[in-house]
Design a protein around this ligand. Structure first.
Ligand SMILES: CC(C)(COP(=O)(O)OP(=O)(O)OC[C@H]1O[C@@H](n2cnc3c(N)ncnc32)[C@H](O)[C@@H]1OP(=O)(O)O)[C@@H](O)C(=O)NCCC(=O)NCCS
Length: 162
């Protein structure tokens, strides 16, 4: 799978653990007007698509992706992605997204989708760089009335499938 280069010195990615949840929740709260509640993150502990990024042993970002069945076919979904406001623009978000897409491919999904606020230019740019195309707009998707843009990307078959 061809993805944009992701280089961020000293960055470590790993599965999220319970001890990470407070840092994750703090980043979430600093990043979104309607943050997920703390216990929403607990549900994804131990899943292959819940990853954190560490710099200097501090959690600086995370991603949550999963795979659901749509008419019998597995489809990836990037559900949440955020980087600490002080650590943006270093490649952390790109690295997390890249790792999440790899996990989704490994799960056998052949496409991945996500929702993004229409006004969220940095996130939309990131997703465009990763080959996501806008699919449709969902009116009034967010609690404050903003529309969401659904973006989608086709994925190559996992090499392990062949
Ligand atoms: C969207 C978000 C996750 C991106 O994270 P990030 O770590 O800043 O992403 P990156 O650093 O990988 O990429 C951001 C920019 O930095 C640039 N960049 C990446 N690595 C770089 C480096 N080493 N040197 C200089 N610039 C770099 C990228 O090219 C990119 O440029 P662009 O804005 O023109 O696309 C982050 O802005 C965020 O947390 N936003 C709030 C939450 C949010 O909106 N989440 C998405 C919900 S759908």
């Amino acid at each position: 799978m061809t993805l944009p280069a992701t280089d961020c010195d000293g960055l470590e990615l790993r599965r999220a653990e319970r001890a990470d949840l407070l840092a994750v929740f703090r980043i979430e709260s600093a990043s979104f007007p309607q943050p997920w509640p703390y216990d929403a993150f607990e549900r994804f502990l131990g899943t292959p698509g819940f990853l954190v990024a560490e710099l200097d042993r501090q959690v600086v970002g995370y991603v949550i992706a999963d795979v659901v069945r749509n008419h019998g076919s597995p489809v990836g979904h990037v559900k949440d992605l955020a980087v600490h406001p002080d650590r943006r623009g270093l490649g952390v978000g790109s690295s997390l997204l890249s790792a999440a897409l790899s996990a989704i491919v490994t799960s056998g999904a052949r496409s991945v989708r996500l929702e993004v606020r229409e006004s969220n230019a940095p996130a939309r740019r990131l997703y465009r760089r990763f080959g996501f195309d806008p699919l449709r707009r969902v009116s009034d998707y967010y609690d404050d009335g903003e529309d969401a843009l659904v973006m989608v990307r086709e994925l190559p078959a996992d090499a392990g499938d062949r």
